[in-house]
Write a protein that binds this ligand. Structure first.
Ligand SMILES: Cc1cc2nc3c(=O)[nH]c(=O)nc-3n(C[C@H](O)[C@H](O)[C@H](O)COP(=O)(O)OP(=O)(O)OC[C@H]3O[C@@H](n4cnc5c(N)ncnc54)[C@H](O)[C@@H]3O)c2cc1C
Length: 382
C-alpha cells in the first residue's frame, strides 16, 4: 500500500446520516479542507438512514433505559431546530400500555414520563374507541415527531456539495493499514472492479452494519455487535388511522408511524419485524447476508396481531416492505437502550469507529468530537 495516490485530511467511510453529518461538522466547525466520503451504494443515505421508522425519539420509547430516554429529551429540540425542513408534527401520537405481557404498567409509564419531563395527556373518547379495552390498559397523547428520510437525503447531497466535500459512490473500503509515513492507507474497490489506495491521517468508520468488516491492521471493536434482518411494512392506513402514530408498550407489541417520504405508514412488530439475528463476525458481511436473504413478508401476521388491539387496522393495505439490517450493541439487548458507540483504534492511530443507535444521537457524537478529537487544522469559531 506504499504507492497511495491521493491524500486527504479526513476520510469518512459510509455515507449515511452519521458519515455525512460528521463530514459537514469537520468542514464547517473544524475548518478541515480535504475531506472524502466513501459510499458503497450509488447514492447517499439509502441504507439504515432511509430504511427506518422515521421516529424522532422524545424518550417515551425507553422506559427501561433512563439514559437513552433522557438523552432523547435533550436532543429532540436541537434536532427539530437544526433540520426543520424534514420534521413532521401534524399527526396525533399515542403511546398505549398493554394489559398483559407488558414490562411496564400505565402507572409506571406515567411516572417514568414525569421523571424525564415528557408530557403525557389523556386521550379523548373517540380515540379511546380505537382500542380494544380488554387488551389496552391505558393510552396517552404524547409529543413525538416523524422525519422525512427523502428530505434528509436531499439535505445530505446539497450540504456536501456546498461544502466542497468529495464523495466516491459505488466504492467499498475493504482494508485499513498503517503506512510508513505515519498515515493510514485505505484500500478501495470502485464500481466493484477497480482497486486503488488513498492516504489520510484521520478516518471515521461510519459503516453501521459493516463496522468490523475490514482487513489489514484493523482490529475488531471491543464492543460486541448484534445484527438483525428487519422488515418494516409500508402500509396505507384506513382514514380513521391515517393521521395517527400509535406505539404499544412494552414487550411483544407494535408501532405504527407516519412515513412522510412515501406518504404511508410504517408498521413494525416486536415479534415479526426481526426475521433473523446473529452475532457480528469478521468475514460474515451483513450487507451480503441481506442481499441473499429470501424476503418473504410477515405483514399479514403483523396486521392480524395488531387488529386484536386496534380492530380498524384490518382495513390497512400493504404496499411493500422495507428490509434492512439493524445493528445494535449486544450490551443493550435487555434494556433496549440506544447509546452511541465511539471507539478509538489503538492499533490504527487516527482511526475512529462510530455507531449511532438512533438519528438524534448525532449530538452525542458531536460532543465526543469536540472533546476528544484533535485534528491538525484550525477550529473555526461559529
Ligand atoms: C428497522 C430500523 C428502524 C429504525 N428506526 C429508527 C427510528 O425510528 N428513529 C431513529 O432515530 N433511528 C431508527 N433506527 C436507527 C437509525 O436508522 C440508525 O441509527 C442510523 O440510520 C444510523 O446511521 P448511519 O449513518 O450510521 O448508518 P447508515 O445509514 O446505514 O449508513 C452507513 C453507510 O455505510 C455504507 N457502507 C457500509 N460499509 C461500507 C464500506 N465498507 N465501504 C463503503 N461504504 C460502506 C452503507 O452503504 C451505508 O450507506 C432504525 C434502524 C432500523 C434498521
Amino acid at each position: 500500500m506504499q504507492n497511495a495516490a491521493n491524500d486527504y485530511d479526513a476520510v469518512i467511510i459510509g455515507g449515511g446520516f452519521y458519515g455525512v453529518s460528521i463530514a459537514t461538522y469537520l468542514a464547517s466547525t473544524r475548518g478541515i479542507k480535504r475531506i472524502l466520503v466513501i459510499e458503497q451504494e450509488a447514492q447517499l443515505m439509502t441504507r439504515a438512514s432511509y430504511n427506518n421508522q422515521a421516529r424522532v425519539h422524545n424518550g417515551y420509547h425507553y422506559p427501561r433505559s433512563f439514559t437513552t430516554a433522557y438523552r432523547s429529551r435533550v436532543n429532540l429540540p436541537r434536532f427539530v431546530k437544526d433540520w426543520p425542513q424534514i420534521i413532521r408534527q401534524d399527526f396525533t401520537k399515542i403511546y398505549a400500555i398493554a394489559r398483559r405481557n407488558s414490562k411496564v404498567t400505565a402507572k409506571q409509564f406515567e411516572r417514568f414520563c414525569s421523571e424525564i419531563g415528557a408530557s403525557v395527556k389523556p386521550i379523548d373518547a373517540s380515540l379511546k374507541g380505537l382500542f380494544e379495552p380488554h387488551l389496552i390498559e391505558k393510552a396517552f397523547l404524547v409529543e413525538e415527531y416523524a422525519f422525512d428520510s427523502k428530505k434528509l437525503c436531499d439535505w445530505a447531497t446539497s450540504e456536501l456539495n456546498r461544502l466542497n466535500i468529495k464523495i466516491l459512490y459505488s466504492t467499498r473500503a475493504t482494508q485499513i493499514r498503517n503506512l510508513d509515513t505515519e498515515q493510514l492507507g485505505i484500500k478501495l474497490i470502485s464500481n466493484f472492479t477497480h482497486n486503488h489506495v488513498i492516504k489520510t491521517r484521520t478516518i471515521f468508520n461510519c459503516t453501521y452494519s459493516g463496522l468490523n468488516q475490514f482487513s489489514g491492521d484493523f482490529r475488531s471493536l471491543s464492543s460486541k455487535l448484534k445484527h438483525e434482518i428487519t422488515e418494516m411494512a409500508l402500509v396505507k392506513m384506513p382514514p380513521e388511522l391515517s393521521d395517527l402514530g400509535i406505539t404499544v408498550m412494552d414487550g411483544p407489541f407494535f408501532s405504527l408511524m407516519p412515513f412522510p417520504s412515501r406518504d404511508l405508514h410504517t408498521l413494525s412488530h416486536v415479534r415479526y419485524t426481526p426475521h433473523l439475528s446473529w452475532k457480528d463476525n469478521f468475514g460474515v458481511d451483513p450487507y451480503l447476508k441481506l442481499e441473499q436473504y429470501n424476503r418473504s413478508s410477515r405483514t399479514d401476521r403483523m396486521i392480524r396481531d395488531v387488529s386484536r388491539y386496534i380492530p380498524s387496522i384490518i382495513k390497512a393495505r400493504h404496499i411493500e416492505s422495507l428490509f434492512e439490517i439493524k445493528t445494535v450493541l449486544t450490551k443493550n439487548e435487555s434494556d433496549d437502550g440506544r447509546p452511541i458507540l465511539f471507539e478509538k483504534h489503538a492499533e490504527l492511530p487516527g482511526c475512529y469507529s462510530i455507531l449511532g443507535g438512533k438519528i438524534d444521537n448525532i449530538y452525542d457524537i458531536f460532543e465526543k468530537l469536540d472533546t476528544e478529537i484533535l485534528i491538525n487544522s484550525p477550529i473555526i469559531e461559529s
